[in-house]
Design a protein around this ligand. Structure first.
Ligand code: NDP
Length: 487
């Protein structure tokens, strides 16, 4: 008899509670107001906006709203710096990147606290996932900087010049690292725009750049809203790297058509997490939970569509609901928290709208009992059963802690249903048969297919999508290619 069975089905003994375990915010020193980081200096702007903590909507700092003129200036500064940076021997560029990686590792607690404060994600995720991976990306690409001729044998790689980089709010520092590390290693300079709701770790990164004594103008950070991003797309850059919504990605692609500027797009997803009846069930349930509730489901590759083989539908849903009841939702800065705050009011409204659509269309909703804080932006972990393929919750990216459960009978049916989406970023397969994993991976139209795990990342491994999930790869050697011209 299992422990759970002995306890009469209750996932944890009644009466167990967690004492608060708040991470101190003392390590973070915020300025009242931030300018733009251009040419190694802080530049003032006319307009500012307030960035808040999603856990309680308290204001954290005033941040500069860069105008088109400010962006143009930042790109010109990056252009001036690019010839000298490109001319450095790769081994010298590598030293700077190694320095950045080491400083990020040394200051990881400060960055993790700030990331959770500004973005709402649980501190255990910022601390154990975002920061080690961000530092890891700099370490990894530092290693390639002096080996470009081996990376592209029989070809001559040359930097492109200035890269414009636009990133979203779900992994603010990690997306910065994904973008800046390969660009710099290949000899480009960059102008990066963080998301409007999460600019603070990118602004703290400017201090790392200063500490690493990177030549002025190699990394420039311009903050602002979508208008700033649009201005960067139109500026005199050689390449745009964008991560965000499919809608904005399509607009950027239209804008760049015929300009000769290179483009990579990492867009939305609606990943299928496929569970076969021969899988290790408890392990799969952990993978399902990690696949959708990690980072409140604000993950482009989140396993938001669960496909369960019909014969094990009931035990899977039963175990899943029990496991969901143990998830701790609350203060992102509490070390016990599993599900933190929703990133912004706008995102919360979008989740609420899609969940209402799911109910209207006839799906059955389950949310474990949990007390949500009164202030801030919160959404309880949610699962929908009785979902049809055509429902909006099975088709559209919700980008929140909301899972839709569907069923299948045969592997062929699983593939067909999994591929029935405009997206193609990731997928998961749970089975004990290696041959079935390979059979599925061959047929799933997704950039990444995880087997008996989910949401695993490594700097050496390329990541990217098919169809409306975008094109181009980030991470690994593939992630270097978009930043070089090969002759
Ligand atoms: P956006 O695509 O609007 O944001 C991504 C980045 O692009 C942000 O820095 C944003 O700036 C900037 N941006 C906005 N408009 C333009 C423009 N016209 N030209 C250039 N850059 C622009 O995503 P949202 O934040 O609005 O999120 C909307 C939805 O997108 C989410 O609900 C989710 O479904 C999806 N999404 C997917 C992500 C992924 O990783 N695949 C990441 C984030 C969102 P600013 O933030 O200041 O507006």
């Amino acid at each position: 008899m299992t422990d759970v069975a002995k306890r009469g089905g209750a996932p944890v003994p009644a009466g167990w509670t967690y004492a608060p375990a708040p991470e101190s915010t003392d390590i973070v020193r915020l300025q009242e107001r931030y300018g733009l980081y251009v040419g190694g200096e802080w530049l003032e702007t006319k307009e500012h906006f307030t960035t808040v903590a999603p856990r309680d909507e308290s204001p954290l700092a005033e941040v500069a709203q860069a105008s088109a003129k400010d962006v143009k200036n930042a790109v010109a500064v990056a252009r001036d710096a690019s010839a000298a940076w490109a001319a450095l021997p790769g081994s010298e560029r590598a030293k700077y990147l190694f320095r950045i990686a080491r400083i990020l590792a040394e200051r990881s607690r400060e960055f993790a606290v700030l990331e959770s404060l500004n973005g709402g994600k649980p501190i255990k995720e910022s601390r154990d996932v975002d920061l080690p991976l961000a530092a890891g990306h700099f370490f990894y690409y530092a290693g390639w900087a002096d080996k470009l001729e081996y990376a592209f044998p029989n070809r001559t790689p040359k930097p492109l010049g200035v890269a414009g980089q636009i990133i979203p709010w779900n992994f603010p520092l990690l997306m910065l690292a994904w973008k800046i590390a390969p660009a710099l290693a290949a000899g480009n300079t960059v102008v990066l725009k963080p998301a409007e709701t999460t600019p603070l770790t990118a602004l703290l990164f400017c201090d790392v750049v200063r500490q690493a004594e990177l030549p002025p103008g190699v990394v420039n950070i311009v903050t602002g809203d979508g208008r700033t991003g649009a201005a960067l797309v139109d500026a005199d850059v050689d390449k745009i790297a964008f991560t965000g919504s499919t809608e904005v990605g399509k607009a950027i692609q239209r804008r760049l058509a015929g300009t000769g500027k290179k483009l990579t797009l990492e867009l939305g997803g609606k990943a299928a997490n496929i569970v076969f009846d021969d899988c290790a069930l408890d392990q799969a349930v952990e993978g399902i939970v990690n696949g959708i509730y990690f980072n409140q489901g604000h993950v482009c590759c989140a396993g938001s569509r669960l496909f369960v083989q019909e014969s094990i539908y009931e035990p899977v849903v039963d175990k899943l609901k029990k496991r969901m009841a143990t998830l701790r939702v609350g203060d992102p800065l509490d070390k016990n928290t599993d599900v933190g705050a929703i990133n912004s009011r706008m995102q919360l409204e979008k989740i609420e709208e899609l969940v209402a659509a799911g109910k209207d269309e006839g799906a059955e909703i389950y949310q474990p009992p949990c007390v949500l804080p009164e202030r801030g932006y919160w959404f309880a972990p949610t699962v929908f059963t009785n979902v049809a393929q055509s429902y909006r919750i099975a088709q559209e990216e919700i980008f929140g802690p909301v899972l839709s459960v569907l069923t299948f009978r045969t592997p062929e049916e699983a593939v067909e249903k999994a591929n029935n989406t405009p997206y193609g970023l990731s997928a998961g397969v749970w089975t004990e048969k290696g041959s079935r994993i390979l059979w599925m991976a061959e047929r799933l139209r997704a950039g990444v297919v995880w087997a008996n795990t989910f949401n695993r990342f490594d700097p050496t491994s390329p990541f990217g999508g098919y169809k409306e999930s975008g094109f181009g790869r980030e991470g690994g050697l593939h992630g270097m290619e978009p930043y070089v011209e090969l002759t």
